[in-house]
Ligand binder design. Sequence first.
Ligand SMILES: CCCCCC/C=C\CCCCCCCCCC(=O)SCCNC(=O)CCNC(=O)[C@H](O)C(C)(C)COP(=O)(O)OP(=O)(O)OC[C@H]1O[C@@H](n2cnc3c(N)ncnc32)[C@H](O)[C@@H]1OP(=O)(O)O
Ligand SMILES: CCCCCCCC/C=C\CCCCCCCC(=O)OC[C@@H](O)COP(=O)(O)O
Length: 247
Amino acid sequence: VNFALRIGFYYALCIVCSGLTAPVCLLVNGGRTVKNMRIIKTVVKSFKYFFGLRFEVKGLENFEVEGPAIIVSNHQSILDMMGLMEVLPDGCVQVGKKELMYAGTVGLITYLGGVIFINRKSTTSAKMVMAEVAKTMIADNVKVWVYPEGTRNCTGDLLPFKKGAFHLAVQAQVPVIPVVYSSFTTFYNPKKNLFTSGKIKVEVLPRIETKGLTPDDVSDLTDRCYNIMRETLFRLSGRPAEGKGSS
Ligand SMILES: CCCCCC/C=C\CCCCCCCCCC(=O)SCCNC(=O)CCNC(=O)[C@H](O)C(C)(C)COP(=O)(O)OP(=O)(O)OC[C@H]1O[C@@H](n2cnc3c(N)ncnc32)[C@H](O)[C@@H]1OP(=O)(O)O
Ligand SMILES: CCCCCCCC/C=C\CCCCCCCC(=O)OC[C@@H](O)COP(=O)(O)O
């Protein structure tokens, strides 16, 4: 019951705050633009206090790259939206599933914030959108945040990465910046109706350059990023690295 109440309150907060923030975005910036993310971020950063969540962030200086970049991070839950806004650099849009656009006021605010919507059921259309993004991120000097697992996953491990983000980085010849959030499993588990207060460690890792890489290098780049992020996830979550120390 407690779980349902807290999650219900989270949804309500998202819906109501989106409804109140949307007119502000429209008045200040006039329409769909990444500039609205600043306003959205300010609102969302207050949410953590309602749920007793604390963020411990390291490596923010790694976001300080000139020009565009692809940011990739692990995706555990709808609560990630709070972790996202906690560290989101200016001029950064996210890639999201198109279903989000139809989520009432939340859809409206994601639209106004400039979220790039992809149809996950159609690889061709998703790739076309991503190819377009590769061009516009250079022209508009924006960073793009992608969840390369492609879906939420709250197991304490990473799902295999999809390659879209890395194709995008190579096509645009921009660096990849990995961001890792420690596992939520100790305080959040929908299967066990668990949602208490808790601490989330966040680490922004040093950028991985892609200058000179070609489409043939995308698989290697993906693996490299996956391995670094998985190691970091286990370290931040206090879980022993696999294959080491097991008898
Ligand atoms: C104010 C108060 C507000 C309160 C509420 C506020 C709310 C919100 C505020 C805003 C917050 C927004 C938050 C948004 C969060 C959104 C979270 C999500 O929705 S996550 C789900 C969507 N995201 C993704 O799926 C991204 C990761 N996926 C990918 O990158 C995929 O690769 C793809 C989607 C591009 C394609 O996927 P799929 O169809 O499954 O195909 P694949 O198997 O991945 O690829 C098939 C082959 O194609 C190759 N490929 C992929 N991309 C390209 C490319 N661009 N160019 C060339 N080739 C490409 C790929 O390598 C595969 O080939 P292979 O031979 O197998 O390697
Ligand atoms: C009038 C219609 C009303 C509809 C109301 C729907 C309300 C939804 C409201 C609030 C939810 C807050 C969500 C914040 C956004 C977080 C985005 C997110 O994390 O999406 C997860 C998703 O990307 C991964 O896809 P999978 O479903 O795991 O694969």
